[in-house]
Design a protein around this ligand. Structure first.
Ligand code: IMP
Length: 230
């Protein structure tokens, strides 16, 4: 059985990834280790950020493995990072890679903003935008790297998923996280937060990126052996 280390502290992402990939994999999460690094994301694209997160964790594992803490680590594992966010057409693609700290951009406050602050800012900016121009999409890029690496040059694998939709006029629903209460996926008249995890985990950007990952996994590890299903 393979071990997948999820390079995130976002419990919603962890829940969705596990819900979609299933429990035939052994999962570890950054929060399993109190000394795990806080991951910086300074890239201009989701792909750059996802890669950055994996590289930081791979380096941390190398350092940890070189010390007495070697016994705390599995023999080998895969590190998976998700970088994702919302792109709104009427805002020129914003908040994009700034999705988690959208509201804080105005105040200069450090760290991420709360979901309700981000949603309030989005609604404010969209107040005058008519129904036909409220198109948006969620985008997710997953980066996957093996540890230990054979060499510094060993490539990471990247998978992208997109979910098209539109932005509503007020928050609706209590499921999910982030911008879910404002996002109507194409073909639905309920938000992600109203649709619930079963539907969201079938059609979301994250589900699509994970399906691409599962496809790649099957093609490289052989059907039947993979602990990953789409
Ligand atoms: P990241 O952790 O830097 O990738 O930031 C992701 C941010 O994008 C989250 O904090 C949310 O604001 C937003 N986001 C990403 N995926 C979703 C989703 O599935 N639903 C709602 N918001 C999301």
């Amino acid at each position: 059985m393979e071990t997948l280390l999820l390079a995130t502290r976002n419990r919603h992402k962890v829940g969705e990834i596990r819900g979609i990939l299933g429990e035939t994999i052994r999962y570890r999460v950054l929060t399993d280790w109190p000394d795990a690094p806080h991951l910086s994301e300074t890239g201009r694209t989701f792909a750059e950020n996802a890669r950055q997160k994996v590289i930081q964790v791979l380096h941390w594992l190398d350092t940890k493995a070189a010390g007495v803490a070697r016994a705390e680590l599995p023999e080998g594992l895969w590190v998976l990072a998700d970088d994702s966010g919302l792109e709104v057409d009427a805002l020129g693609g914003a908040p994009g890679v700034e999705s988690a700290r959208f509201a804080a951009l105005d105040t200069g406050a450090p760290g991420n903003s709360s979901d309700s602050e981000n949603n309030a800012k989005l609604l404010r900016l969209m107040a005058g935008v008519p129904e036909g121009q409220r198109g948006a999409r969620f985008r997710c890029v997953l980066a996957l790297g093996r540890w230990p690496r054979q060499s510094e040059a060993e490539p990471l694998h990247c998978f992208e998923g997109v979910c098209e939709g539109r932005i509503g006029w007020q928050p609706r629903g209590s499921g999910g996280f982030g911008y879910d209460p404002l996002f109507y996926p194409e073909g639905f008249d309920r938000t992600f937060a109203e649709l619930g995890e079963e539907v969201k985990n079938r059609i979301s950007h994250r589900a699509r990126a994970l399906a691409a990952l599962a496809e790649w996994w099957r093609s490289t590890h052989g059907a039947g052996e993979a602990g990953v299903r789409s």
